[in-house]
Design a protein around this ligand. Structure first.
Ligand SMILES: NC(=O)C1=CN([C@@H]2O[C@H](COP(=O)(O)OP(=O)(O)OC[C@H]3O[C@@H](n4cnc5c(N)ncnc54)[C@H](OP(=O)(O)O)[C@@H]3O)[C@@H](O)[C@H]2O)[C@@H](O)CC1
Ligand SMILES: [K+]
Length: 500
């Protein structure tokens, strides 16, 4: 449960369960404030600190942090959106215990301070910022002053990462117990700066009843399900992945995916190429094998070999009838399929045919496990799910979840904050990677790495989450100047970090 991300409602439930079990709310607030004060000391040097306090418990944290900083001898001034008398509950108690200077938010001038601590809104943000609060945020953002956000930068939705009205651009954010989706989803992630998760004494046991369904895509989520090569294992224990190549003039994408599948841990990888492309592909492959596969009839013959357990279709393939026929043949044979790029586009006029085949294939698998993994970027997503893409107010998390449920597939909605969603409602947000991943061919590599995890027998949701995370880590390991070909070569480093 270390990977869990809590929605603001789930965080409220964690808070209430902890209070009901005997820890007073004001104690949680004091611990939260202690973590904020420690970060503020670190960030402010010896300079003066402004604390902005909103109308709820986020403001309460600001009052309690102000009291701690003041008693540590620091120069603090507090600016409030609502006077003390307007506060309730723990926030009122914290405000009552603070005896330092407090002024209205309209008199806040960021230039007077070394650090601004943002305690305007956190998990309780319910609508766009406006008026005095929005003006204060805009002043802070325009000034060359460091900002530390309490829980979330004010204006960022904890549930979706969206900016509501305007939002604080923080250098650092201190949150409590577990992060929220808004800390990892863009644009929220870019507004948070460096994120610290403070332990305020909420027990992990509360998660048993909350049963979170959103996670960070990282080892804490998938490591227990990942297959690492066994000491005495045979290459067939690690599966046999097949990547379909396009015609002779576009084989590069399949070769990239195939190399990535091999480096990603598949025991064997074969490229299936049309007769016209066989010589071109053969000239450029070594450990990856090659077979001719011209049409659906030939593919059905090849599918009689049930050691071929995972297929990648789409990179450089062409988005015509053949892509649809091949995808349906693979799913019809009950094999797992990573459908990417042209493979996705091929179904734009009849997505239901794909979803029906995916549903049928899943029903034939143990536990109804999804057989199809879709890896669209935003444009491809729109082709398969135009109504969802057009609907207002859906976060990337909502989009991927709704699509996964409809398609009976694991959906990997790609981007800087890739979301992986399963039909059962679980979703993961990836935070690994660098801006250098936005380059040609990296999607082909991702499809190959995901296929490798599937080939080894990792369940579809975890395999997709692991593949996305590894892909990002490979980019981080390479650093600047990355092109797609560099990613597979970085995978040994990623595995070294994972397997020790
Ligand atoms: N959970 C935990 O374990 C712990 C949580 N802690 C802290 O509590 C924080 C959550 O506190 P919270 O629930 O009081 O919400 P918070 O963000 O302070 O704001 C709610 C207030 O803002 C108002 N309001 C909303 N939007 C607005 C807008 N645009 N413009 C103007 N007003 C707006 C809203 O008004 P209403 O919607 O009711 O009209 C309500 O009055 C959390 O982030 C963390 O810092 C810690 O103390 C330790 C333990
Ligand atoms: K805040």
């Amino acid at each position: 449960m270390d990977a869990a991300l809590l929605t603001p409602e789930e965080m409220g439930a964690a808070d209430r369960a902890t209070i009901a079990a005997g820890t007073p709310g004001i104690l949680l607030m004091e611990r939260a404030a202690a973590a904020v004060a420690a970060a503020a000391m670190r960030l402010s040097g010896d300079g003066p600190i402004a604390l902005l306090a909103g109308p709820g418990n986020n403001g309460g944290d600001a009052y309690a942090a102000a009291a701690l900083l003041k008693s540590a001898g620091r120069a603090v001034r507090l600016f409030h959106l609502v006077a003390k008398e307007g506060l309730a509950g723990d926030a009122a108690i914290a405000a009552g215990a603070y005896d330092g200077p407090a002024e209205t938010l309209s008199s806040f001038r960021p230039g007077d301070f070394a650090l601004v601590v943002d305690g305007l809104f956190g998990a309780g943000l319910a609508r766009p910022l406006e008026g005095e609060a929005a003006a204060a945020v805009d002043r802070a953002n325009a000034a060359p002053v460091k900002v530390l956000a309490i829980d979330l930068p004010s204006g960022i939705s904890g549930a979706t990462g969206a900016v509501l009205g305007t939002a604080v651009k923080a250098d650092a954010t201190v949150t409590f117990f577990r992060r929220k989706p808004g800390h990892l989803l863009e644009p929220g992630r870019s507004y948070c700066g460096e994120i610290t998760v403070a332990d305020i004494g909420i027990s992990d046991d509360v998660l048993d009843t909350i049963a979170p369904t959103t996670f960070e895509a990282g080892p804490a989520l998938f490591q227990g399900r990942l297959k690492v090569p066994a000491d005495a294992g045979h290459k067939y224990d690690r599966g046999h992945a097949v990547v379909f190549s396009g015609p002779a003039h576009q084989t590069g994408a399949a070769r990239l995916a195939a190399t990535a599948a091999l480096r990603g841990g598949a025991g064997l990888v074969t490229v299936f190429a049309p007769a016209s492309a066989v010589l071109v592909v053969a000239a450029q492959l070594t450990a990856v094998m090659l077979r001719r596969c011209d049409d659906a009839a030939e593919l059905r013959e090849r599918l009689a070999d049930d050691r071929l357990n995972v297929f990648v279709l789409g990179p450089g393939f062409g988005a015509g009838d053949k892509a649809r026929d091949f995808a349906q043949a693979v799913l019809g044979a009950g094999r797992r399929l990573v459908l990417d790029a042209d493979g996705i586009t091929a179904f734009k006029d009849e997505p239901q045919a794909l979803f029906a085949a995916a549903g049928e294939a899943a029903r034939g698998r143990p536990g109804g496990e999804p057989a199809l993994v879709l890896t669209p970027h935003a444009g491809e997503f729109k082709r398969l799910f135009p109504d969802l893409a057009a609907e207002d107010g859906l976060s990337k998390l909502d989009l991927a979840r709704r699509a996964a449920a409809r398609a009976g597939a694991v959906v990997v909605l790609k981007g800087r904050d890739t979301v992986i969603a399963a039909p059962d409602g679980r979703a993961a947000i990836n935070a690994s990677g660098t801006a250098w991943l936005a380059t040609a061919g990296t999607g082909d590599v991702l499809a190959g790495i995901v296929a490798a995890q599937l080939a080894q027998g990792t369940p579809s949701f975890e395999a997709a989450a692991a593949g996305v995370w590894m892909h990002g880590k490979a980019a981080e390991a390479f650093g600047p100047g990355l092109i797609a070909e560099d990613l597979p070569q970085m995978l040994p480093k990623v595995f070294a970090g994972l397997c020790g």
